[in-house]
Design a protein around this ligand. Structure first.
Ligand SMILES: *Cc1c(COP(=O)(O)O)cnc(C)c1O
Ligand SMILES: [Zn+2]
Length: 397
């Protein structure tokens, strides 16, 4: 394993990666650091292509020492689909959708759960607890069970029913709160504090390894493009772990010398019903203020006060990217238009990225001829209510 230590991106302090860690004393999430020079001596990009089609193909750049701790359901190496018909409609000839809907548990959250649970198991965790908007809880409950760990999952009452069902199916201790993810977070904090060290807080960015799983989306995008970077990557941003992870992956690939210096412009997409990052980005702020009265159909991105706000904003600025808010009506229209054109049913968060692509092309921010990758972060079939079937005629017998 090439993991060397954990580093605080805010105060620079180093932390021991060999023991369980949550946030830095200064309150910032921690980032895993590797001896990349040593990794580069044992593996080269061409080698990955000879390995199994899952995210563990990048094992030298992941934080699990003993392969026996690897907890897997075959996550990763999702398709990068060309969508030329819809692309032509919106003026982006090289539009690609990376379809995370095919990941176990139906969302890219499985990447973070696979790596996070594997490392937690390696460091001796017996039970994890986390607040969630649904998909993360479903994924962590599933992988925890597979690793033989307990899971306590707290989610808002309004989270998708399917995610509750997944948690129960996986035997998790599921609790519901009549509130938002922040309220669920307070419940988890109290529970962890009262547990006397027996329950590990695995909330978004509160432990460093979920991010490591999610960064593999960045490795895959580049490998699937033949070790080239696209011009733009568009990501539906809630807690922002995927966006921070893709940015981290690109930085590591650059340090390894496996990609050119130019980085893709990263775009954070939020809903007009919950857009703390968009507001902070537009104001030129380094931190985001909590969003009041958050609500949107894109439930996965309803995060009023993301813990990784600083890292998200820094990633957008470092790549000359941007942040854009789209409204629910547009999201649902684009979801249906896209499905009717390309046959692929997106999750609302993925559809929000298409809305962003369409709008950014229309205003010229995306230029003609640019190659654009959109992340569809979950399976459309997890959200059947986006398609209204009540108007379908019933034929007489
Ligand atoms: C969690 C989630 C997101 C947001 O992911 P972050 O990395 O936390 O920003 C987007 N889409 C779906 C479907 C999700 O479940
Ligand atoms: Zn710190």
């Amino acid at each position: 394993m090439y993991l060397t230590h954990l580093e605080c991106p805010r105060c620079g302090r180093e932390h021991d990666a060999g023991v369980l860690q949550n946030l830095c004393e200064c309150g910032s999430p921690l980032l895993a650091r590797y001896d990349l020079a040593a990794a580069a001596r044992v593996v080269e990009p061409e080698r990955f292509g000879l390995r199994p089609a899952d995210l563990w193909r990048y094992r030298e750049l992941l934080p699990v020492a003993d392969p026996r701790n690897v907890t897997t359901l075959g996550e990763g190496w999702t398709p990068m689909l060309r969508v030329p018909a819809y692309g032509a409609d919106i003026g982006i000839d090289e539009l690609l959708v990376k379809d995370e809907g095919l990941t176990p548990t139906g969302s890219f959250k499985a990447r973070g759960a696979a790596v996070g649970v594997s490392r937690a198991r390696e460091l001796g965790v017996r039970r994890i607890a986390m607040p969630t908007n649904g998909n993360a809880g479903a994924a962590w409950a599933t992988y925890a069970t597979r690793a033989g760990l307990g899971a306590t999952i707290v989610m808002p009452l309004s989270a998708p029913t399917i995610c509750r069902q997944e948690c129960l199916a996986a035997g998790a201790d599921l609790r519901l709160v009549d509130g938002l993810i922040g309220d669920a977070g307070r419940q988890v904090a109290a529970l962890v504090a009262a547990s006397d060290g027996t329950v590990f807080d695995a909330g978004t960015l509160r432990e460093p390894y979920r991010l490591e799983g999610k960064k593999t989306m960045g490795f895959e995008i580049v490998e699937q493009l033949g070790w080239q970077v696209p011009d733009v990557i568009i990501y539906p941003t809630g807690g922002g772990v995927g966006l921070i992870g893709i940015h981290k992956a690109l930085g590591e690939l650059r340090e390894l010398g496996w990609v050119e210096d130019k980085l893709p412009r990263l775009v954070a997409v939020q809903s007009t019903g919950c857009a703390p990052i968009v507001r902070a980005f537009a104001a030129g702020d380094d931190r985001a203020r909590p969003w009041e009265d958050a609500h949107t159909v894109a439930f996965g991105i309803t995060v009023p006060a993301p813990l990784g706000d600083e890292l998200i904003l820094a990633a957008l600025r470092a790549t000359a990217g941007t942040a854009i808010a789209v409204d629910d009506a547009e999201i649902l229209t684009d979801l249906r238009d896209f499905a009717a054109r390309e046959g692929l049913l997106l999750c609302p968060e993925g559809a929000a990225c298409l809305t962003a692509a369409r709008r950014l092309r229309a205003c010229g921010w995306i230029r003609a001829g640019e190659r654009v990758v959109v992340l569809n972060t979950g399976a459309g079939v997890k959200y059947p209510e986006t398609i209204d079937v009540s108007g379908v005629p019933v034929l007489p017998r």
